[in-house]
Design a binder for this molecule. Sequence first.
Ligand code: TRP
Length: 361
Amino acid sequence: MEKIILTGDRPTGKLHLGHYVGSLRNRVKLQNSGEYDDIYLMIADSQALTDNFDNPKKVRDNVLEVALFYLACGIDPNKTNIFIQSQVPALTELTFYYMNLVTVARLHRNPTVKSEVKLRGFEESIPSGFLNYPVSQAADITAFEATTVPVGDDQLPMIEQTREIVHSFNRIYGDTLVEPKELLPESKSAKRLPGIDGKAKMSKSLGNCIYLDDSEEEINKKVMQMYTDPDHIKVSDPGKVEGNVVFTYLDVFCEDRHFNEYLPEYKNLDELKAHYTKGGLGDVVIKRFLAKIICEVIKPIREKREELLQNLDYVYNVLKNGTEKANQKANATLDKVRNHMGIDYFDNSKFLDEMKEKFNN
Ligand code: TRP
């Protein structure tokens, strides 16, 4: 069986360091591993509209933006098909057929939907489109016959829901759809980067993000604002490493060579942590160190994005070509689905022949 990846993001804002750690850098790794026959990367504008239907400009403005960040991070359009969800009509049609296989109660029980409903204050007036987005996500995944879906653990209920739909569909209409499997981040530190304020998640609305196109100045400023240990007041005070955002980030980004380059007084992170814990190491020192490392991570991304900005025609064409290829694959799956559901009336003479027989004609 072919190994196919499908994954994506809602285009609702610029991409930040949380995206990079949680998914982008892993996607580039998967892309370059050579282990996959096909890779689809979807800009999920239709899904973004399920909770931004009243602000379509926000979605429209971020489609190309997201594509820019993909390319700037090293997604190679020769290896990965980047496409726009709404421009693949087969996805909408599949969603409509899958809706028959899922109860409203089941959608209400979906943990991701539940927490998002709470977050958005939908309460009793949940738009049915929003409630239904797990079904549409099942369409995304199955349309490309994805075997592997790289996601964060917040998306697990979506994959579970997809598998249920695949099982129901195949049981009722015969073996048609491919069952997907999630691919979770390997290490704990790659799962989720906290915001600079120490909140669990980087999020635009919380204003606690470092963006992948931030200037060195902005990075320095943001790192200086980072939440550390509120009890570490004087340099001589012993400090806490757990829950200290600077150290959480250092755990993710710091390599031994960084000490050589930026902080030769220490050999490695363990030494730095030990000194901080004991007392006598100020926040400014560790923050300056971290800022240098983050600048190093973001610099090539920012510069590549800058370069791509000079050539938007190219980025636009990447999306156009990727979407064309996505349509080919999704349409092939849709043909199979229609055929197995018996709604392929005009595909061949079979339907007319059957009816002639029925009416003894
Ligand atoms: N729900 C995902 C998110 O919140 C985006 C998405 C839409 C997706 N369709 C998908 C992810 C299919 C993986 C597979 O970011």
